[in-house]
Write a protein that binds this ligand. Structure first.
Ligand SMILES: Cc1ncc(COP(=O)(O)O)c(C=O)c1O
Length: 397
């Protein structure tokens, strides 16, 4: 007798490699000791939130204002949405107001709200490969079907393949730039061409294809790269953002969805997003966090520290003979593995080198592994020697 839904049982069985590796890591650390195991598996930053975050919480705890812990509009406190809109206006020069913003339970909540708002059963959602594995679950949560589309060798968009994948049922493409797991950042020209494609396919199909831009790693851009304003490229753009990474508070669950002020159906889309936030049971994003981020208006994330870690891990992998694209953003690196079976390679690294990484198969891309560099730089330094060991063993150097 099956005590849970068959559908969920299947999801558990095909469940995330990242989580599985996390559990393995905990087991190995208990067995061999914390410093013997070099863990590059998770996107959970080791950094603590900036001191101003704790300061904001202290101020809020002592704030005598009444009614601030009650229910609120489903899209969040008006002051918080107004603050987010102000930032978006400054960033894009576009006419964002509080009526274009829904505060959400992180980007994860935001993606679910957005997909709930736009998908009908059987609708297709194109996702460039490799992808954040939750995209599949989130799409299926709302009756959609994920359509994976290969990217080029350097993980840039293969627009011909995207065009081939578009059908009458295509409702959205999820892009994630800077990307988890590759660190790729799409260029203005690439995104411009993608948007032209979406525009003409929407017209041909008589149905809007949304650009759902998962901008979770928005602030993690290296070498002075400037973010591309995706709203200016395409009206049916929905951006999903998060404070998890830039403030190092993933446990606090705060992010937002922004709708393009230039989109002719912006108002109707907002109504759908607000309803989705309610009926998915989120009700509203955490109240305390909504008030905290307004108090952090002068804080700006500085990616230079992460750029250093990026440089260190990239160099260590190159010096060990790995074929790898240099990440331009986010905090992951995605080298090719020297054997066919990435899972066997991961097992070897784990059992014989105490190095923990995630197989590319977990992101729909066998033949690669993902290493997360949101770790202490000393861990990267210590890993150099082990990468060298592995490089020699597999004849890469
Ligand atoms: C690509 C991507 N999207 C969304 C999320 C979820 O972020 P949040 O903590 O804001 O829900 C993550 C988290 O790792 C991610 O990597």
């Amino acid at each position: 007798m099956m005590p849970v839904s068959l559908k969920v049982q299947k999801m558990i069985e095909g469940s995330s490699w990242v989580r599985r590796m996390f559990e393995e890591a905990a087991r190995m650390k208990r067995q061999f000791g914390e410093d013997r195991v070099l863990d590059f598996t998770l996107g959970n930053p080791v950094d603590e939130p900036p001191p101003v975050f704790k300061g904001a919480l202290m101020r809020l705890a002592h704030d005598p204002a009444k009614g601030v812990h009650r229910y609120m509009p489903n899209h969040g406190f008006p002051e918080t949405r107004a603050y987010v809109a102000e930032r978006l206006r400054a960033e894009t020069g576009m006419a964002f107001t509080e009526n274009h913003v829904v505060m959400t339970v992180g980007a994860a909540g935001g993606l679910n709200v957005a997909l709930k708002a736009i998908l009908d059963p059987g609708d297709e959602v194109i996702v460039p490969v490799p992808y954040f594995v939750e995209f599949k679950f989130y799409t299926e949560n709302h009756g959609g079907i994920m359509v994976p589309v290969e990217t080029k060798e350097d993980f840039s968009l293969d627009l011909e393949k995207v065009e081939e994948a578009i059908t009458e049922r295509t409702r959205a493409i999820i892009i994630n730039s800077p990307n988890n797991p590759t660190g790729a950042v799409y260029t203005q020209e690439e995104l411009q061409r993608l948007c032209e494609l979406l525009q003409s396919a929407s017209q041909k199909n008589g149905r809007i294809i949304y650009l759902l831009s998962d901008d979770t790693y928005w602030e993690f851009l290296y070498d002075g790269l400037e973010p591309v304003n995706v709203f200016s490229l395409y009206p049916a753009t929905i951006s999903v953002r998060s404070y998890s990474k830039c403030l190092f508070i993933p446990g606090e669950r705060i992010g937002f969805v922004a709708v393009n002020p230039q989109y002719e159906h912006a108002e109707r889309l907002m109504e759908a997003l607000i309803l989705a936030n309610r009926v998915l049971g989120f009700v509203n994003a955490p109240a305390l966090m909504q008030r905290a981020i307004v108090l952090l208006r002068d804080y700006r994330f500085d990616p230079s520290d992460y750029q250093q870690r990026r440089d260190a891990i990239y160099q260590a992998l190159v010096d060990s003979g790995f074929q790898v694209q240099k990440p331009k953003g986010a905090f992951y690196v995605f080298p090719k593995v020297p054997v066919e079976d990435d899972v066997a390679f991961v097992r070897d690294l784990q059992n014989n080198h105490h190095l923990l990484v995630v197989p590319g198969s977990g992101f729909g891309k066998p033949g690669y592994v993902r290493l997360s560099f949101c770790v202490d730089i000393s861990l990267i330094e210590r890993a150099r020697e082990r990468f060298q060991e592995v490089g020699k063993k597999y004849g890469l150097i």
